[in-house]
Write a protein that binds this ligand. Structure first.
Ligand code: EPZ
Length: 423
């Protein structure tokens, strides 16, 4: 199993370019099932989750060809409708094919996503809403089986709680449903907006994009389109935090600073100096360590839960005690025990982690548990004394494109290695 060996203490300097957003690329790939015409997607990040989604689409008879940075996806007139468990269990976002399959092929069999390290993460809101559009859904041998022989029809839907992929699934389903669908309490995440922009380019009729109430007037068919995936705000935020922690002048370019408002506000509040240009965030070497922060994760535009683990690592080097509350997922502090192995001083009480700093970190062997926790361990390794070995970095590869290459390009010293089958 591949690991990272990170030599701590190296200062980062120079420029790092941000890739396309994994969490926008996934729904955009699923949306290609909504038409028989080719859809060209630019800027898909080459990360494991994207490769998995392409395999799911292949299992549904779709072709995805990459050339010169463009992925051309052609679902054609296939009628396959089964997304197999072997693939779905490795990536719960496969549930995003449910809406498009029901909308266009009127049938779907998608493995019910299992549990996940960060929480139960049910998909009940997706299923309840799709049933309101007229899908007949049941769970059979661990699969969600759905039929809509008459096609889907528009309905009014109030999400009980903001759900990113739930909003995305319903946007795609409603695009081909007969009549008008009104979605209320929609997620405002930029990745949802990016999907809505692709659907509009494909001919969908959507009003209220980037607001919490979205109206969709179903159409008979959608056409092919070309679309550039929005830059990854979570990758960008991760490198901003790396630059504050270990930087001696770092530029994070090709990003959308306007989508990082909550993170930049907290950083400025605790004394971090940084400047923002059109598509670049410049972080100079910090003259003093940041002060401690108190924050609560929230749906966009609040502080992203996907940046909580990375910020918690920063908090170990801040002056004072930070209070970091995870309000979105019930079990998203797996990184805390690993950071404590490096010497961090943290107590978790319910959903809040109290982080005391600054605490010098000592390199050690640690284990990644989920995508963003693994990023927080890499960041800790950058500032720990000596070597830190992060195991199970396949978690990292799910959502960060060539992280060690990007960080080594800034002056880090990270080696990816595989110690062999017995270690
Ligand atoms: C998306 O997950 C992201 N994944 C997650 O990023 C991100 O952490 C999350 O949104 C929150 O921002 C993708 O976009 C592929 P939710 P999603 O539905 O859609 C509960 C990463 O690191 N809920 O907004 O699955 C749920 O349990 C990943 O890139 C239900 O109860 O999240 C959670 O507590 C991790 N029933 C809350 O709502 C449902 O039917 C928000 O979940 C759906 C959700």
């Amino acid at each position: 199993m591949e690991k990272f060996r990170i030599r701590g203490g190296r200062r980062l300097r120079g420029e790092v370019r941000i890739s396309g957003a994994k969490n926008a690329a996934l729904p955009c790939l699923a949306a290609t099932l909504l038409t028989s015409e080719p859809v060209d997607l630019y800027g898909l990040p080459r990360v494991r989750d994207i490769i998995t989604m392409e395999k799911v689409l292949a299992a549904l008879g779709e072709s995805c060809e990459q050339h010169d940075g463009v992925t051309r996806a052609i679902a054609g007139r296939g009628d396959a409708f089964h997304a197999p468990y072997e693939l779905v269990r490795t990536m719960r976002a496969s549930v995003l094919v449910l809406g498009p399959l029901l909308a266009r092929r009127r049938r779907a069999r998608v493995a019910l996503p299992g549990g996940c390290a960060i929480g139960a993460r049910p998909v009940d809101f997706h299923l309840q809403a799709l049933a309101r559009l007229g899908a007949d859904l049941r769970v059979e041998s661990g699969d969600v089986v759905g039929e809509a022989p008459q096609g889907l029809r528009g309905a009014e839907i109030d999400f009980p709680r903001v759900t990113v992929t739930g909003t995305e699934n319903l946007l795609m389903a409603a695009a081909l449903a007969r009549g008008r669908t009104i979605l209320r309490n929609c997620a405002l995440e930029p990745e949802v907006t990016d999907l809505a922009q692709l659907l509009t380019a494909m001919g969908a009729r959507i009003v209220g994009i980037a607001t919490s109430t979205i109206e969709v007037e179903g159409v008979d068919a959608l056409r092919g389109a070309a679309h550039t995936i929005v830059p990854d705000r979570i990758e960008a935020g991760t490198y901003v935090i790396a630059a504050v922690l270990a930087g001696a002048g770092v530029k994070i370019s090709g990003c959308r600073p306007d989508q990082l408002g909550a993170l930049l506000a907290v950083l400025r509040e605790v004394g971090v100096s940084l400047s923002v240009l059109a598509d670049t965030i410049e972080v100079p070497e910090q003259a003093v360590p940041p002060r401690a922060a108190s924050l609560v994760t929230a749906e966009y535009p609040g502080f992203a839960t996907d940046l909580q683990a990375q910020f918690l690592t920063l908090a170990t080097q801040a002056e004072g005690t930070s209070a970091i509350t995870e309000a979105i997922f019930e079990n998203r502090f797996q990184h805390v025990l690993e950071l404590k192995r490096l010497g961090a001083s943290i107590e978790v009480e319910g959903r809040t982690a109290q982080v005391h700093g600054p605490t010098p970190l000592d390199g050690a062997a640690v284990m990644a548990s989920d995508l963003r926790a693994s990023a927080s361990l890499v960041l800790a390794g950058l500032v720990a004394k000596g070597d830190t070995v992060v195991d199970r970095i396949y978690h990292l590869d799910r959502g960060y494109e060539a992280m060690e290459i990007k960080l080594n390009g800034l002056g880090a010293e990270i080696e990816r290695f595989n110690p062999g089958p017995y270690l």
